[in-house]
Design a protein around this ligand. Structure first.
Ligand code: ATP
Ligand code: MG
Length: 600
């Protein structure tokens, strides 16, 4: 998953093409039908110029009587109208069906990409900015759908159309057509140049767009900090600079297209002039038969030549779009080809029930190779116990919780869940028994109720209220005029961090897990909420096995076991009383917090 800038194609075109075609397969019949209709519609489109030419010849004919002329005109006119009706119908249905196919493909692709992203582990997701994944799911799939509907089909159409025109031109007059073909190398050369420049300018635009987007998404999220530190002017300047770059690159792209189109138009005009010059002699002076034209045929011929350049022009642009679509496709396939780093082993088992026993045996773990975060950690949690981890920031407490839910795989040692190696347990089944209350609580936009139930319709309101009351969330809800229907803003910004914590408690209690893990928020909370949290925690300890990472030591005095971490190692463990007697690090920490309390 690379950036646009450093983007170089790695997958061969052939592979991408065959994968792209595989998406059409479910719609094969429709697609072939559309192609056939396209062919018919092109033939129909080629006829009118000829009819008009013949009509002209009929009108100016000196051999036909007026009655005969009128007769011919009725037939020609009728034929013309009929053709238009047929052409309209075919065109209408064909383009509708094509768009339908395109939309279906984009839908299935979007689902596929989203589902795949869901299977990726935190380590993999951390490596890609969220904004880029959003681009994959929305913009890139869009580009691809465009390719199916506008580009691929029209490219085929234009090839057929161009071939049709050339055939008709040769049939009407092969001599002039041969002269006309001399233009082709020039057109070809101009087109190659155009493609080269337009590709470069397109890349530049894409790279600048992604710069602006990345800057925006990061700075909109961080706006509070920007304002808090009065950095608005600085950020504004950077933004202006980036969006100005974008404008310039757009202008370059427009210039390239703006040169190519008129140039092709110029060619077509020269071609038309040449034909008039060569053909007009035939029409006026019927004795000098060089090219053998009647006035009507000359008109038809002229119309075809005029039409001749249009498909070339379109094809040049379509080739570009195809190139872009391939780039998008490769990026999407890159995401799809990223194998989830944490997968169920073949012989992994379902954990039908979970008593709550956890054993770490000499566990070594690092996020980045050789930078050990856990260095030989061993401990045991017995069913229904409450175990607390304390220690300095960065000592590896959250990491241990991450390993228990298998967000990451360890490098050395063993983790046993109810006596089974964690790697031999299906990940979904492991997680179904664990309730996680993480350091930063994430709330979805929706109502409070939806956030507690996590949009699970099978949970009843009674159970939800019971869970909320159990953890003391009722104190918070009493103060909301619309209670459980209260709107939660994005990320839960309209709740304090203590309140968010309580919501996450209620969420967990509602799901009745066999193991609860809690990563206590470091943020300061008011003393009233703190005592509510304290109370509900003590109650929750009775529900099931519980592992707490605690920052306020008052929270965990009743824990069965307290484990003190420092620099990725366990340095002390035991109950509150035992640890106090040992007068080690825990004792010091406790003294510090106790003193601070007294001063308050
Ligand atoms: P705190 O009390 O501040 O929450 P902690 O004890 O929970 O600290 P951890 O989050 O376990 O600390 O982090 C332990 C170490 O691992 C830190 O040095 C941190 O820099 C590193 N670390 C944590 N997460 C990652 C990650 N995703 N990638 C790389 N390193 C990480
Ligand atoms: Mg932590």
């Amino acid at each position: 998953m690379k950036d646009f800038k450093e983007y170089t194609r790695e997958k061969p075109d052939k592979e991408i093409l065959s994968r792209l075609i595989s998406y059409i397969k479910p719609h094969k019949k429709r697609f072939i039908l559309v192609l056939v209709m396209m062919l018919v519609s092109i033939i129909v489109q080629l006829i009118p110029s000829l009819i008009i030419g013949v009509t002209i010849d009929v009108v100016i004919s000196q051999t036909l009587t007026v009655a005969e002329k009128l007769n011919y005109l009725v037939y020609l006119g009728g034929g013309f109208v009929l053709l238009m009706v047929v052409a309209f119908n075919i065109e209408y249905r064909q383009s509708l069906w094509l768009q339908e196919i395109g939309q279906k493909i984009i839908l299935s692709m979007r689902h596929e990409v989203f589902e795949h992203i869901q299977t990726l582990g935190p380590a993999q997701l951390n490596q890609v900015p969220v904004g880029k994944l959003v681009t994959r799911v929305t913009n890139d799939t869009n580009t691809l759908s465009e390719m199916y509907t506008n580009v691929a089909a029209n490219l085929i159409r234009n090839v057929i159309y161009l071939t049709g025109i050339i055939i008709v031109l040769f049939v009407i007059n092969y001599k002039i057509t041969l002269i006309l073909m001399l233009f082709l190398p020039v057109v070809f050369f101009a087109t190659i140049l155009f493609r080269k420049y337009s590709r470069a300018s397109y890349r530049q635009v894409r790279s600048n767009v992604s710069e602006v987007n990345a800057f925006l998404s990061e700075n909109l999220s961080g706006m509070k900090i920007t304002q808090a530190f009065n950095q608005e002017t600085k950020k504004r300047t950077v933004f202006y600079e980036k969006s100005n770059h974008l404008r310039k690159s757009y202008m370059k792209e427009i210039l390239v297209f703006g040169t190519y189109r008129p140039l092709m138009y110029l060619f077509s005009m020269i071609g038309v002039l040449l034909i008039l010059f060569l053909g007009i002699g035939d029409v006026i002076n019927q004795e000098v038969y060089i090219f053998v034209f009647s006035a009507g045929l000359l008109f038809s011929y002229y119309s075809y030549v005029r039409d001749f350049f249009e498909p070339i022009l379109q094809m040049a642009e379509q080739f570009n779009m195809l190139q872009n679509a391939f780039a998008s496709a490769e990026k999407i396939f890159d995401v799809l080809d990223t194998k989830p780093d944490i997968i169920n082993e073949e012989d992994a088992v379902d954990l039908s029930s979970f008593k709550g026993s956890i054993v770490f045996k000499d566990v070594w773990f690092s996020y980045i190779p050789d930078e050990w975060v856990l260095k030989g950690v061993s401990f045991e949690v017995k069913p229904d116990q409450t175990v607390a981890f304390v220690g300095a920031t960065g000592s590896g407490k959250s990491t241990i919780l991450n390993l228990i839910v298998r967000n990451y795989d360890i490098q050395q040692g063993q983790i046993l869940i109810d006596g089974i190696d964690i790697k031999k347990i299906k990940r979904e089944s492991l997680r179904s028994h664990i309730g996680q209350m993480l350091q930063d609580v994430f709330l979805f936009s929706g109502t409070l109720k939806e956030n507690i139930k996590l949009f699970d319709e099978t949970k009843t309101d009674e159970d939800m209220i019971q869970a909320a009351n159990y953890v003391g969330l009722d104190h918070v809800i009493e103060n909301l005029n619309d209670g459980y229907e209260h709107k939660v803003l994005e990320r839960g910004n309209n709740f304090s961090s203590g309140q968010r914590q309580l919501i996450s408690f209620a969420r967990t209690v509602l799901y009745k897990p066999s193991l609860m893990i809690l990563d206590e928020a470091t943020a300061n909370i008011d003393s009233e909420t703190e005592s509510i949290i304290q109370e509900s925690l003590e109650k929750m300890m009775n529900i099931s096995t519980m592992i707490i990472v605690a920052h306020r030591l008052s929270t965990i005095q009743h824990a069965d076991q307290i484990i003190v971490m420092s620099h990725g190692k366990i340095i002390e463990s035991g109950s509150h009383q035992v640890l106090l007697k040992e007068k080690g690090l825990y004792f010091n920490l406790y003294q510090l917090q106790y003193e601070a309390r007294k001063e308050e």
